[in-house]
Design a protein around this ligand. Structure first.
Ligand SMILES: Cc1cc2nc3c(=O)[nH]c(=O)nc-3n(C[C@H](O)[C@H](O)[C@H](O)COP(=O)(O)OP(=O)(O)OC[C@H]3O[C@@H](n4cnc5c(N)ncnc54)[C@H](O)[C@@H]3O)c2cc1C
Ligand SMILES: *[C@@H]1O[C@H](CO)[C@@H](O)[C@H](O)[C@H]1NC(C)=O
Ligand SMILES: *[C@@H]1O[C@H](CO)[C@@H](O)[C@H](O)[C@H]1NC(C)=O
Ligand SMILES: *[C@@H]1O[C@H](CO)[C@@H](O)[C@H](O)[C@H]1NC(C)=O
Ligand SMILES: *[C@@H]1O[C@H](CO)[C@@H](O)[C@H](O)[C@H]1NC(C)=O
Ligand SMILES: *[C@@H]1O[C@H](CO)[C@@H](O)[C@H](O)[C@H]1NC(C)=O
Ligand SMILES: *[C@@H]1O[C@H](CO)[C@@H](O)[C@H](O)[C@H]1NC(C)=O
Length: 381
């Protein structure tokens, strides 16, 4: 039960962006003695717990349950990519410190290999120094011609993170609750509903992924196959000449191996299709032979499919929306509350999560100062 007098920050959504933001907000409140009575409340219609193959359903919109996931830096050639790159670097640093404190949280430091049939110049221009400076990830090394899989002309390796997404999100949710966080299960129909879902809401944080009604938001369909393979100790990504991808992401902590995958913008199909599934499994056989012959992996094995998966990445034209929206008339009795938007992470929600959360927290800090000033002015009237 939430006490009436506790001012609340309502976070809409319990994906990786909502969870990381909620934890950062709790930290912000802890650091400010004048806010010791404040609460963070997550309102969401879906919650972490997902075991593919077991009867625990999730909608394809709940992106954080379907993500591979790994950290894969993209050379920062546009404004949006530069911003995402900064967030990625902050996330890598946070992942490091989380893993130092505790190892069983769904994160694994693992080698990553990327290979290309036709690499862009921005990839070829990378050096060990630029790569580490941009991403914070260590161990960058270009592969020699001999080390490249058949059909590819360029590749490199580095130390990255593999994320067992449902386990990791579950861990964040447990941390949030242990730190005093509250949860409300609800399907919101509007902003206004969020502002009265619990008493004394001060402002909202909108991490609804693809949830509401922004015409700039669109799905990028991701078709992947979860298998029972345990032979990979690294994540491998192959970019093909025709624009298709093949990737392998071990889901450490007994989660099998994700074999992917497609990136299909504006594709609203919900169901897996057998042609794509066959292409992905054939592609992975090649990568597997390569990985085995490169000597660092376990024995050959027969793999079986646990689940063919389609998830939607919540993309947005221009990238993630990160800003405060103020109500049109703050002093009207019926006014809405300020909203910090943080939705539209696209295909990179995990790898940018802590950077985004830190930006949300900075906006929240400024907003709380503003709200205190407004209260001060009203008190004098
Ligand atoms: C196949 C696939 C592979 C991917 N691989 C990677 C990867 O390797 N690395 C990476 O970083 N990212 C990856 N992603 C992308 C990543 O999954 C997303 O960027 C991330 O999960 C977005 O998180 P989110 O919190 O913004 O949204 P979501 O996880 O979609 O969460 C949205 C939340 O809002 C709630 N919500 C929405 N509407 C309402 C409403 N009306 N009322 C109440 N609650 C509501 C939902 O229930 C949910 O809790 C992948 C995605 C897919 C599909
Ligand atoms: C490499 O690929 C080509 C064409 O796909 C094939 O003909 C050849 O046998 C392959 N070589 C190896 C070593 O797998
Ligand atoms: C949570 O709410 C959804 C609808 O918003 C409902 O389908 C689901 O059963 C609820 N879960 C619980 C545990 O109450
Ligand atoms: C979504 O937005 C459109 C226009 O932007 C509006 O006409 C429509 O009513 C909105 N739908 C909902 C459910 O809010
Ligand atoms: C949250 O984000 C959606 C886009 O997904 C947007 O359309 C909606 O208005 C926002 N909701 C709130 C509560 O501001
Ligand atoms: C794979 O399965 C086939 C047929 O079921 C079997 O002959 C073979 O020994 C198996 N290989 C491994 C590595 O288990
Ligand atoms: C995966 O499933 C196949 C087929 O059932 C089986 O042969 C193989 O041993 C399984 N792999 C693991 C790691 O259990």
């Amino acid at each position: 039960m939430i006490h009436n007098s506790s001012p609340a920050i309502v976070v809409i959504g319990c994906g990786v962006i909502g969870l990381s933001s909620a934890l950062s907000l709790q930290e912000l409140l802890r650091d400010d003695p004048s806010k010791s009575s404040w609460q963070v409340v997550i309102v969401s219609k879906e919650w972490p717990t997902s075991i593919p193959g077991a009867p625990i359903p999730h909608s394809i919109e709940y992106s954080s349950m379907w993500a591979g996931a790994h950290v894969r830096p993209i050379p920062p050639t546009t404004t949006q990519l530069r911003q995402e790159g900064l967030w990625l670097k902050q996330t890598v640093s946070k992942f490091n410190s989380l893993l130092k404190a505790e190892t069983q949280i769904g994160l694994t430091l693992a080698p990553a290999i990327e290979v290309f049939e036709a690499p862009g110049d921005e990839y070829k221009a990378q050096t060990a120094e630029s790569f580490e400076a941009d991403s914070g990830l260590k161990g960058y090394r270009e592969l020699t011609a001999k080390e490249l899989p058949n059909g590819t002309t360029f590749g490199f390796e580095y130390e990255s993170y593999c994320i067992n997404s449902p386990i990791y999100c579950g861990d964040l949710l447990r941390k949030f609750i242990i730190a005093g966080g509250k949860t409300i299960n609800a399907t919101l129909r509007s902003v206004d509903e969020a502002s009265i879902i619990t008493p004394n809401v001060q402002f909202l944080v909108n991490t609804s992924g693809i949830g509401f009604n922004d015409s700039k938001v669109f799905p990028i369909r991701g078709h992947i196959v979860l298998t029972n393979s345990t032979c990979f100790d690294k994540t491998i990504t192959r970019q093909n000449l025709d624009g298709t991808w093949n990737f392998i992401i071990p889901r450490f902590f007994s989660g099998g191996t994700v074999i992917g995958g497609t990136k299909e913008p504006h594709d609203w199909r919900r169901d897996p299709d057998s042609a794509t599934c066959r292409r992905l499994l054939t592609g992975v056989e090649e990568l597997k032979q390569y990985a085995l012959s490169s000597g660092s992996l376990g024995q050959p094995e027969n793999i079986s499919v646990i689940q063919e998966i389609v998830g939607r990445r919540p993309a947005r034209e221009g990238g993630l929306r990160l800003e405060i929206e103020f109500p049109s008339n703050t002093y009207s009795a019926e006014s809405k509350l300020p909203v910090i938007h943080a939705y539209g992470a696209g295909g990179r929600g995990f790898e940018i999560s802590w950077g985004v959360a830190s930006s949300v927290s900075k906006l929240a800090k400024g907003l709380m100062v503003k709200l205190d000033q407004t209260k001060g002015r009203l008190a004098k009237l």
